[in-house]
Ligand binder design. Sequence first.
Ligand SMILES: C[S@@+](CC[C@H](N)C(=O)[O-])C[C@H]1O[C@@H](n2cnc3c(N)ncnc32)[C@H](O)[C@@H]1O
Length: 177
Amino acid sequence: MRKLKNSELDRLSVDEFKNTKKTPLIIVLDNIRSLNNIGSVFRTSDAFLVEKIYLCGITATPPHKDIHKTALGSTDTVAWEYVENTIDLIEQLKSDNVIVASIEQAENATMLNDFKPEANKTYALVFGNEVKGVAQNVVSASDIILEIPQFGTKHSLNISVSCGVVVWDVFAKMKEN
Ligand SMILES: C[S@@+](CC[C@H](N)C(=O)[O-])C[C@H]1O[C@@H](n2cnc3c(N)ncnc32)[C@H](O)[C@@H]1O
C-alpha cells in the first residue's frame, strides 16, 4: 500500500472550513497549563469540525508560538473565546440548552463506551487541568460525567490525548444518529 501525499488528502481550505456545517460539540478547557496541550486540542477540534473552544481561567490564548507548535494553524479555523470563570460559562451553556459533560474520573461517571449522545442536542465537553483535573464545582454543575476506562497502571491520560479519544468517540456516535 502507498502512503498518501498531503495534496491527496482532500482537506478543506480555511474558508471552506468556516462555511462547513459543524459538529454540535463545544470544548471547554478548564485551567489548562500546557500550551502544547492547548494547541493539540485545537488540532483535534479542527479534524472533527468542533463548533467552538472556550479557553477558561489560566488557559492561554492564541497567538502563542508554543500553542502554534501543536495547533499547526488550527487556531485560525476553529472558533474560540476566552472566559475567565469556568462555572459562569457552564451555567450560561446550560441555560442555552447545551448538555454539559465533564470528562473526568468521578463517582457514578458514565463510561465512554456506554455513552450514547441524544440526537439533535449540542454537547459541551469539559476537560480539566493537568494536575487538579476539572474543578469540583464544575463537575457538580455538569449534566453528565464521562470517564474513559483505563486498564493499565497510570491513573489518567494526558488531557489532549483524552480529548482525542472522547471527541472521536462522540463524533462517530453523532454520525450514527
Ligand atoms: C491528567 S488529567 C488530570 C488528573 C488529575 N489527577 C485529576 O484529579 O483529575 C487531565 C484531564 O484529562 C482528562 N482525563 C484524563 N484521563 C481521563 C479518563 N480516564 N477519563 C476521563 N477523563 C480523563 C480529564 O478531563 C482530566 O481533568
